[in-house]
Design a protein around this ligand. Structure first.
Ligand SMILES: *Cc1c(COP(=O)(O)O)cnc(C)c1O
Length: 229
């Protein structure tokens, strides 16, 4: 087996353990393989081990990789910061976007989603307390944004995403993820049919699963350390 196949197997085993410890079914948590900065050969190694859902965070880097793998039957998720001049490429080439944090971006994605594709599946990125990234809607502005995005014809609002500030303290990790889960419950109580909590990365996905994650985004633990040049 390749290192990537072994890593993937270990990640699925850890996912299953975390789910069972939380009294949940392992199949209720999806694993996204985050392939940003890694070559197509590494994606093919993960595919050979059965992985079908992948995520990228830079449009320019992603497009040639998606084109090369166009016939592979993969499901692509966009998880990076999204500027308005990149919305068309995302609307045309991805199945999911996890990083929508303002209405004008959502409107552009809806208008630009090709008619022959299913609606673009969307999570709203929330800037929960302690988050270091500048991305994400403030919790106070989330209800209005969610209601507006839910009205857009070519988008399907699925849930929320967050990237809490990194910490090794599992209690702190869980507290941050619990905030996102609480925001999701509030929106559900307001009538939105949301089923996706996109939270948890290589260093904190067990805590995210304990707090209710339905989708974890794992890069380093599968593909190794990223080299930025
Ligand atoms: C890079 C990235 C990940 C994966 O992080 P790892 O720590 O490598 O698992 C997950 N989510 C987002 C939004 C990312 O940009």
């Amino acid at each position: 087996m390749t290192t990537i196949a072994l890593n993937l197997q270990a990640a699925y085993a850890a996912l299953a353990t975390a789910a069972r410890q939380a009294g949940r079914e392992p199949t209720d948590v999806r694993l996204l393989a985050v392939s940003k900065t890694f070559p197509v050969a590494d994606i093919r190694a993960a595919m050979a081990a059965g992985q079908r859902a992948f995520a990228e965070s830079h449009v320019q880097e992603a497009l040639p990789k998606l084109a090369e793998l166009a016939d592979a039957g993969l499901e692509w998720h966009f998880i990076g910061p999204l500027q308005s001049n990149k919305t068309r490429a995302v609307a045309e080439h991805f199945a999911w976007v996890h990083s929508v944090d303002r209405l004008n971006i959502a409107q552009r994605l809806s208008a630009q989603r090709p008619a022959d594709l299913p609606p673009l599946q969307v999570c709203l990125q929330v800037n929960i307390s302690g988050e270091t990234s500048k991305s994400g809607v403030a919790p106070a502005d989330l209800p209005a944004l969610a209601q507006a995005v839910a009205q857009l014809p070519r988008l399907q609002l699925r849930g929320l995403m967050a990237i809490p500030a990194p910490t090794d303290d599992e209690a702190e990790q869980r507290a941050a993820f619990a905030q996102l889960a609480a925001l999701q419950r509030q929106l559900q109580a307001d009538g939105l049919a949301l089923d996706t909590l996109s939270m948890g990365m290589s260093h904190d996905f067990p805590a995210a699963i304990a707090a209710g994650a339905t989708l974890v985004r794992i890069g380093t633990a599968i593909f190794g350390q990223r080299q930025y040049t």
